[in-house]
Design a protein. Structure first.
Length: 359
């Protein structure tokens, strides 16, 4: 096969940090409140604007609160686990990829929860979600970033649950439809679907989760892990980067300009559809997620009978695709980010290069 002539205009297909939105330039950051305190009026206003625009785009219920916290999605989910889980109620953790496994391990080894059940599945599959006991608290990832496997929906979450539904949704929020009535805690990071910069996390809490915070005797926690009411008004636990805040606002404004959540979902689905059409005729690549209903449209993971590391290295050297190797703990393969900031035309331009590099 001859080397293709057309390259993707943007070769950034990393699953985090992810590609910037189309047309992004440093000019988008010109209004950043650099050198200003995040507690000054201008700083707090920008932080609150990130919260308000995020809630509006996602259609979050008015009685849910949303806050900006340190340490990306990892910080946000750990805040949820350490503040909300305890010995008074059993906990179920569902895991089918690297990060879910980390949350399960922390529940066992760090939190040392006395009544813990872990339901696991191999990469490419989902565990049996019907095993959830909704008298207990439940922790799960909406979309497995390192496996390309997502929950197809939240029908399995009981509407009349007594326990909390705690969802790591970092590569799902802004790309997939989250049924808010089925989740009490949702976490994500800026560097995923909207292509923001790293180190900042978001945590959304339902009224039931807020009530748990007030009722449960808190653990002794470091200051950086303590949730307080001011977090939901932009009064962050520690100092955020106002440059990253401006970048997050730019991503949110772009999302609004393309039709909000429906527009974001449509762009991501179009990227998955392009890869699905190509995989259908491929002789060397297949989806790690065998069930189409569980196939991620953001972290699109492929199995191959070719040398995946060699393919990734070859395409990087050609300036065609960066960072498309599978996650370090996942089975050998390729992982192509298909979130909304990636143009479908770039996905389509990439596909012939994959065939070329596999030879």
């Amino acid at each position: 096969m001859q080397k293709p002539q057309q390259k993707p205009k943007n070769p950034c297909f990393s699953s985090g940090p992810c590609a910037k939105r189309p047309g992004w330039s440093f000019a988008a950051l010109e209004d950043a409140a650099l050198g200003r305190s995040h507690r000054a009026k201008v700083g707090k206003a920008k932080l609150k604007e990130v919260i308000d625009r995020s809630k509006a785009i996602l259609g979050m219920p008015a009685d849910y609160v949303l806050g900006i916290v340190p340490a990306s999605d990892t910080g946000a989910i750990e805040l949820a686990l350490w503040n909300l889980l305890g010995p008074s109620r059993g906990v179920d953790v569902f895991t089918w990829e690297s990060f879910g496994s980390l949350w399960a391990a922390d529940c066992k080894k760090q939190l040392q929860l006395p009544d813990l059940r872990v339901f696991s599945a191999d990469y490419g599959q989902l565990p049996d979600l019907t095993q959830a006991d909704w008298d207990r608290d439940t922790v799960f990832t909406f979309n497995g970033t390192t496996s390309g496997v997502r929950v197809p929906n939240l029908d399995w979450v009981a509407a009349d649950r007594r326990g909390l539904s705690i969802c790591d949704a970092t590569s799902a929020v802004f790309a997939m439809d989250v049924e808010w009535s089925k989740v009490d805690v949702v976490t994500w990071s800026w560097q995923k679907v909207l292509g923001g910069e790293g180190a900042h996390g978001m945590i959304a809490l339902s009224p039931k989760a807020l009530a748990r915070l007030e009722e449960q005797k808190p653990r002794a926690l470091p200051r950086i892990f303590q949730l307080n009411k001011g977090v939901y008004e932009g009064d962050t636990i520690n100092t955020p980067s106002m440059l990253c805040v401006e970048d997050a606002l730019d991503g949110l404004k772009w999302a609004e300009s393309i039709g909000g959540l429906p527009g974001l979902i449509a762009r991501s689905q179009a990227n998955l559809k392009a890869i699905e059409s190509w995989v259908a005729t491929s002789t060397w690549a297949s989806f790690l997620a065998k069930d189409p209903a569980t196939r991620s449209s953001t972290s699109i993971c492929l199995s191959t009978n070719a040398d995946a590391k060699a393919i990734a290295a070859k395409l990087e050297s050609e300036g065609v695709a960066y960072d498309i190797g599978s996650y370090r703990d996942a089975p050998a393969g390729l992982r192509i980010w298909g979130g909304a900031t990636v143009e479908t035309s770039d996905i389509e331009a990439l596909l012939p290069w994959l065939d070329w590099a596999s030879q």
